[in-house]
Design a protein around this ligand. Structure first.
Ligand SMILES: Nc1ncnc2c1ncn2[C@@H]1O[C@H](COP(=O)(O)OP(=O)(O)OP(=O)(O)O)[C@@H](O)[C@H]1O
Ligand SMILES: [Mg+2]
Length: 352
């Protein structure tokens, strides 16, 4: 069965507010795609439309060759994991996981076998008889995951499943999720507003803003070569610098000149230099800037550097170097080539 997802011109209105403004999105079978965007941009609404728990105002959703936007949610056979675990509190872990299979009238011995396998997969085989309240938050979210995969879903849908967990647990469950998804190869859509999570998990990231898709790409492409300023700033820290661009070259405020990677001059909103690509070296002679502030973060030291009245950020890694003092004069080294950012223009048909 073809488990690709195709979303076509999807529109969702709540009253007079257009929350999804005609989205088009294709997701190949077996891919792990994250929807990333600020609060209120429509991520959950899009996911709920795919799940069938929110009815789109217009547009189409396809699962392979089958149009599903009119199909009842339980008939879509999608597994879902949400921010809250939504386990049945009075049922054992085992029964919670079995529930979906009982609803589907799967034979008893098959249920037992599949539940045991799903619980083993999420590392909870030994806790099958416990009640949800006897498990930690992270373990409860693993149960929710087991419950989603036990039905052998066509698609897995996640809505910020890790956001209620503390940082350590979040990291470990994130790794497990990625490993599991790769092993099972189930098409997955994962909503988050955490850019690190989006990059760590995804084959591809879809960036959303105000009910529209800004751009999509692999984590590396979107991080290194975003088309838009919005993406660059949403996906990690970046310096956006006003700079003169002429004949494919860019002159930086401190005088350095570099070739531009994407030298089309329309709608330019500045150039991007990631802090880790801007290196500094202390000097007693002629300087490009002065250290305003520093923050030692263990694996790296973050610097704020005043350059011609603007503040730029630089990240130095490698624990062997001393942290430079505030007021220290520095020379700057930009990366060998520079990347232009453009402004994202909302589509003309979109009304808010
Ligand atoms: N049932 C509803 N009735 C009216 N407006 C709604 C409803 N559900 C969502 N909205 C509005 O739709 C917009 C998109 O909401 P949505 O929950 O999809 O955002 P989100 O991207 O998931 O945000 P967050 O990151 O905060 O979860 C918001 O402006 C929200 O207020
Ligand atoms: Mg949401």
């Amino acid at each position: 069965m073809d488990c690709s997802i195709s979303i076509r011109n999807l529109i969702k209105d709540f009253g007079s507010t257009r929350v999804l403004k005609g989205l088009d999105l294709n997701i190949s079978a077996g891919r792990f795609v994250t929807l990333l965007g600020p609060s209120g941009c429509g991520k959950t609404t899009l996911l709920r439309s795919v799940a069938g728990i929110s009815d789109p105002t217009s547009g189409e959703i396809w699962l392979g060759h089958r149009r599903i936007d009119g199909v009842a949610p339980e008939k879509r056979n999608f597994g879902m994991v949400f921010q809250t675990y939504a386990l049945f509190p009075h049922m054992s872990i085992e029964r919670n996981v079995a529930f979906g299979l009982e609803m589907r009238r799967v034979a008893k011995p098959d249920i037992a076998r599949r539940v045991a396998a799903a619980l083993d997969l999420v590392g909870l085989g030994q806790h099958a008889r416990r009640l949800p309240r006897q498990l930690s938050g992270g373990q409860q979210q693993r149960v929710a995951l087991a419950r989603a995969i036990v039905i052998e879903p066509n698609v897995l849908l996640f809505d910020e499943p890790l956001s209620n967990l503390d940082a350590k647990l979040r990291d470990s469950l994130r790794e497990d999720l990625r490993t599991l998804q790769q092993k099972l190869g189930i098409t997955s859509i994962y909503v988050t507003h955490d850019q690190t999570e989006a990059m760590a998990l995804a084959d591809e990231i879809v960036v959303m803003k105000d009910g529209e898709i800004v751009e999509r790409g692999t984590p590396v492409d979107l991080y290194r070569r975003p088309a838009f300023r919005f993406t660059a700033e949403f996906l990690g820290m970046t310096n956006v610098i006003d700079a003169e661009v002429r004949a494919g070259e860019c002159r930086l405020p401190w005088g350095a000149v570099r070739p531009v990677e994407n030298p089309d001059e329309r709608n330019v909103e500045g150039i991007a230099i990631r802090p880790e690509d801007l290196s500094i070296e202390s000097t007693d002679g002629e300087a490009d800037g002065v250290i305003e502030q520093s923050m030692f973060m263990g694996a790296a030291t973050h610097y704020w550097i005043s350059v011609g009245g603007k503040t730029l950020r630089s990240i130095a890694t490698g624990g062997h170097t001393a942290v430079l003092d505030n007021g220290q004069k520095v020379k700057l080294t930009a990366p060998p080539s520079l990347h232009l950012l453009r402004s994202f223009q909302p589509s003309p048909g979109a009304v808010s």
